[in-house]
Design a protein around this ligand. Structure first.
Ligand code: ATP
Ligand code: MG
Length: 390
């Protein structure tokens, strides 16, 4: 069928035509926004799960829900080559520029001045100009160089400005497992202070399944955060991820075709989008058949092998690939470091640096101490399909 009308969207962070199966966290987030608007507090949200399950899409949905209520929002991705200080600072410029106006209230003027000092803390040359005389207002001081101090001042003053405006401040951090230790500690401490003192701010973090442990190790009160495991889609939600986008294009799926793709994708959102896209392209008529789905699944598997999986595999060095092969014997469930080392005929400790590199590359994570698992569902199967010379 016409690829121009294809409603499926495989790809990191790409908003699906139908965001299904996430009603519970979306409604909790709405409740948290309303609580904060009424001067109550909420603990930070933590979305964690494997690659491709839809964490970024949900985090962006959270951000939009806040923005639609007029909130000041900042969504950043950790580990993308910038420090948290710089990425947060730069992301805040646009929403603050939108708020700045001659009639700005006292707290907003203070916040703008604090934001200017925060900017100066990482960029001595870049000058922001909000187009008003903020110089005479108090504020500033978010440039001591100590991250926790500066960030606390910034978040506090912005939250106070948000309150003055009758809204709130939402700070959303994706790939949060990649925050530096100092950044994690600072952000957890600030989130804790904010919840205690009822600042008008709401935090959300998204990241790999190791994120809850990483947060708990940074600060013990991170245990009180609201943890939401984001998983593959089950039952009707998985089917709707296929049928809803088609229905809005007046295209129908035969139930047997839906069943096949749901099974082939194991309900993983990324795979549903990929197989959905390929099945649509294979179909000739506005009713998608079982045969179309078979063709689509085969094409989708090839696309994933050549892209989604291949891109990760190619990131590994030859000795890392050997390690990953030894892991793949256990399937996707995870392996004990001791067992892998035994398979490779060496002591577990000798693999420490290699394992750390694989974690830094985002290929594996440690669900618990002494265990490693793939971050991507289906990676073990992909590795098993690779020739041993690759
Ligand atoms: N609830 C959903 N319903 C349907 N499709 C979804 C849903 N959530 C995500 N998707 C689709 O799944 C794919 C992956 O989404 P996303 O990039 O948000 O995953 P992720 O968990 O952030 O992955 P990564 O760990 O690689 O960053 C995208 O193609 C997106 O359109
Ligand atoms: Mg993501």
């Amino acid at each position: 069928m016409d690829p121009v009308r294809n409603p499926y969207s495989p790809g990191a962070g790409r908003q699906p035509a139908a965001l299904v199966g996430r009603d519970a966290p979306r409604s909790s987030w709405r409740v948290a926004l309303e609580r904060i608007e009424r001067g109550r507090s909420s603990q930070p949200f933590v979305l964690y799960g494997l690659r491709g399950v839809g964490k970024t899409v949900l985090l962006s949905n959270f951000r939009r829900a806040a923005a639609e209520r007029g909130w000041i929002t900042a969504q950043v991705e950790a580990g993308a080559g910038k420090s948290l200080r710089e990425s947060l600072g730069e992301t805040l410029h646009a929403p603050l520029a939108d708020l700045a106006r001659p009639s700005a209230g006292r707290r907003l003027l203070i916040a703008l001045r604090t934001a200017l000092s925060f900017k100066a803390s990482y960029d001595a040359n870049g000058i922001w100009n909000f187009g008003l005389e903020a110089a005479s207002a108090p504020g500033g001081g978010a440039d001591t160089g100590v991250l926790e101090t500066d960030l606390r001042k910034l978040v506090h003053d912005l939250a106070a400005a948000a309150e003055e405006e009758g809204v709130g401040l939402a700070i959303l951090i994706d790939e949060a497992q990649d925050l530096a230790e100092e950044e994690l500690v600072a952000i957890c401490a600030i989130a804790h202070a904010a919840a205690q003192d009822e600042w008008r701010v709401l935090f959300a973090f998204a990241g790999l399944p190791s994120l809850p442990r990483v947060l708990a190790e940074a600060k013990s009160y991170a245990e009180r955060f609201l943890y939401e495991r984001i998983e593959e889609l089950h039952g009707d939600a998985a089917s709707e991820a296929l049928t809803d986008p088609a229905a809005s294009e007046n295209v129908r799926w035969e139930p047997s075709a839906v069943k096949l793709i749901v099974e082939e994708s194991a309900g993983y959102p990324y795979f549903l989008q990929q197989f959905g896209q390929d099945t649509w392209n294979a179909a000739l008529e506005a009713a998608i058949t079982y045969d179309d789905a078979r063709v689509g699944a085969a094409a989708g598997r090839a696309t994933l092998d050549n892209g989604f999986f291949r891109a990760r595999w190619d990131r590994a060095t030859p000795s890392e690939k050997n390690y990953l092969r030894a892991m793949a014997d256990d399937g996707d469930a995870g392996s004990s470091s001791g067992t892998i080392a035994a398979r490779l005929g060496r002591k577990p400790a000798s693999f420490g640096p290699l394992r750390a590199n694989l974690i830094a590359k985002g290929l594996v994570y440690a669900p618990e101490h002494g265990i490693v698992a793939f971050t991507v569902p289906g990676m073990a199967g992909f590795i098993a399909r690779q020739p041993s010379t690759d």
